[in-house]
Design a protein around this ligand. Structure first.
Ligand code: NZQ
Ligand code: ZN
Length: 398
């Protein structure tokens, strides 16, 4: 059954080699004249990208100030620094050069700078306040993963409380995203793999639902997931394969701009909520955290969403159509875990490199339940006690 839906993806995509050369023209096109150039640690400096961007802005006569140092799982303290810097320099455009962390930090800063009222930016993530304005944001993407370049989300960690929370608003969707697959050649293998897991998961979170689905959306989703797996495996041994980098990069945007959930009547996203507590408390990479928790989540919920797990097993993981529906579904789950292992991703908390204590598992389940307002999930509605059982299972406790 096709549910009613709204699909809004206003971001202009400029895709391919050397497209970053167009950045200054694009900023001007969207009304920018005073730019905050926001980036992460060292990668974009080392590759020379930041110097090239600064030169482009200088050549175009665009005023700019820079703020680097965004860390993975971006922090509230850096957002506050950016808001201060932006106000001081009357910034009217935020340019994010990096991945999900830099883009999400840029969204928080751009929103706080555009609002007329002075407020604590954490209120947006604590759901005490909704965004009502946002400066235009542009992106030069350097890692294919989070899909933030087209998404309506921003995820920030409060570094005083280690609480990681998301804020969603269509105002957050960037005006443009420049996507040159060559810029991802320098990614460490681990980050490439984390990104591929996250891309898979953004579509899986929309696929495992009990709401009813559209054939066209399912076919797009299944094709996207098969493509991501195929090219993720190629990148393990051939990380500078342009075609594979291009496929993965475009998949990252399509997987999280809403396309793969149209008409499904509601997403699951429980694995994401469970993961956000892991990266909030232990600072793990988002994609690796998802891989470590997913199998435990899937085995906990699959009986409540059996037709979808069976369809996924047959059409995406291409398991043999033999045995009971449950057996086929379980083979599909196993095949996903084998794929994660093949790209060197963890399938348990231990493999993720963390060993939470029993009380930390209880605390994460509690925080997760609070963050989602009590329950979350479409494949199966999960409450705090369910969340705890999934964390325990991922931690090797049955
Ligand atoms: O800081 P630098 O030195 O740039 O290093 C980064 C970072 O260590 C490195 N990197 C990025 N591009 C590179 C590179 N290294 C070499 N060459 C390059 N070209 O990669 C590391 C990870 O970067 P990050 O931006 O953290 O990765 P990702 O894009 O996976 O973003 C993760 C964040 O996005 C959030 C996650 O929770 C996490 O905080 N998410 C945001 C979403 C959204 N806004 O829609 C949805 C997602 O589900 C996710 O929750
Ligand atoms: Zn994600």
């Amino acid at each position: 059954m096709a549910h009613n839906f709204e699909y809004y993806t206003p971001t202009r995509i400029i895709f391919g080699r050397n497209t970053e050369d167009k950045v200054a023209d694009l900023i001007k096109r969207y009304g920018g004249s005073r730019v905050l150039l926001h980036y992460g640690g060292q990668s974009a400096i080392k590759s020379g990208l930041i110097d090239r961007v600064k030169k482009s802005l200088d050549d175009a006569g665009l005023f700019h100030v820079e703020l680097g140092g965004v860390v993975p799982n971006p922090q509230l303290s850096k957002v506050r620094t950016g808001v201060g810097l932006g106000n001081l320099n009357q910034i009217d455009f935020v340019l994010a050069v990096g991945g999900g962390s830099v883009i999400d930090s840029s969204k928080a800063i751009a929103c706080a700078l555009a609002e007329l009222e002075v407020f604590d930016v954490w209120d947006l993530y604590d759901h005490k306040r909704k965004p009502t304005a946002c400066l235009p944001i542009g992106v030069i993407l350097t890692i294919a993963a989070a899909g933030s370049e087209m998404s309506d989300s921003s995820v920030i960690t409060n570094d005083e409380t280690n609480t990681k929370r998301g804020c969603h608003s269509s105002l957050f969707r960037p005006k443009f995203a420049i996507m040159n697959p060559e810029l991802t050649f320098t990614l460490p293998d681990y980050q490439t793999a984390c990104g591929c897991v996250d891309i898979m998961m953004h579509t899986m979170e929309r696929y495992f639902t009990n709401g009813g689905n559209m054939e066209i959306t399912d076919n797009i989703a299944e094709g996207l997931m098969r493509t991501v797996m195929r090219h993720a495996k190629i990148l393990v041994t051939d990380p500078i394969n342009y075609e594979s980098r291009a496929e993965i990069m475009w998949a990252s945007s399509l997987s999280h701009n809403g396309l793969t959930g149209c008409g499904n009547g509601g997403n699951d996203f429980a694995s994401h909520s469970l993961e956000h507590e892991l990266s909030g408390m232990f600072g793990v990479a988002h994609g690796a955290g998802l891989a470590a928790i997913w199998g435990s989540w899937a085995r906990y919920v699959y009986k409540d969403c059996l037709p979808r797990f069976k369809k996924f097993a047959l059409n995406v993981m291409q398991v043999e159509d033999a045995g009971s529906d449950e057996e086929i579904a379980l083979k599909g789950i196993e095949a996903v875990e084998n794929f994660y292992r093949e790209i060197k991703m963890p399938t348990s908390l231990k493999e993720l490199g963390i060993e939470p204590t029993d009380s930390q598992l209880v605390e994460m389940a509690h925080r997760c339940a609070v963050a989602v307002g009590g329950s979350r999930g479409s494949a199966k509605k999960l409450f705090e006690e369910d969340m705890l059982k999934i964390y325990q299972s991922a931690n090797g406790i049955n």
